[in-house]
Every structure is written in C-alpha cells, then in structure tokens.
Design a protein. Structure first.
Length: 135
C-alpha cells in the first residue's frame, strides 16, 4: 500500500471534490489526514486501490507525491509517538505524513509515509511488526 499526499486549494469544496471523485471510481479511502496553512492545503490519504488512485490523480493533473508506508503499533501512552519518531530520525528517515489506521486495546496503529520504507522498518523493529497487519 502507498500513501498519496495531494495538494489542494485551501478553500471550501476542494476536499469534497477530490473525495467524491475517488468514491465515484469505487475506491475506498481507508485513512486520511489533512492540513490547511494560509492559502495552501493538502491531504495525505491511503486507499484500497493504489493504481486507481494514481490514475485518478494523473487524470486530474493533481499535484501529488506517492510514498511507501510503514505501519507501527504504538502504546497508547504519552511519549510513544515521540519515541518512534526519534527512532526514525536516528536513521535519517524523513516522515512525510502520519495517518492513524486503528486502535485495539492499549495500542494505536499509525502508518508512517516515509522517504525510505526499508530503513523505517529496520528502525522501528518490533513496533513495525506490531503494526504490519493494519496497512
């Protein structure tokens, strides 16, 4: 699975238009995170159809980036995200987006969209193994 980071106009309706187009293709958005900043905005999303999502974005001439994902199972406690992010930083892995993908018991699963998935899996070790089934 891949993450798609898509630039959007920071104005009413831009997310609705993209989400509607994805849905009309029969593609399900399984995780999403968004941000608006001044006049810019964007979303990071995971879908159940990488090829279909890519084709749709290409047809729309959308500005987007596509990244590998590494899921990690983190304890639901203060500091666990900082620890995981620190492990990635120590390996020189840049986090491009972070998407929550589930929660079970005392663990939250997050998908890190990163520039180097191999190094990220190695850095996260058992955390990546705990999150592998979620993405």
């Amino acid at each position: 699975m891949r993450a798609f980071i898509v630039e959007l106009e920071h104005e009413p309706g831009s997310l609705a238009e993209l989400a509607k187009a994805i849905g009309e293709r029969g593609i399900n958005i399984t995780a999403i995170s968004g941000l608006g900043w001044d006049d810019d905005g964007g979303v990071a999303l995971i879908t159940n159809d990488d090829e279909g999502t890519r084709a749709l974005l290409e047809e729309r001439n959308a500005e987007y980036r596509e990244l590998g994902l590494v899921a990690a199972g983190l304890e639901d406690r203060p500091g666990s995200l900082g620890e995981a992010a620190g492990l990635l930083a120590d390996r020189g892995v840049n986090i491009e987006a972070l998407l929550p993908t589930g929660m079970q018991g005392g663990r939250v699963t997050v998908a890190f969209a990163v520039d180097d998935p191999v190094a990220a899996r190695e850095a996260l070790g058992s955390l990546a193994e705990a999150g592998a089934s979620a993405v």
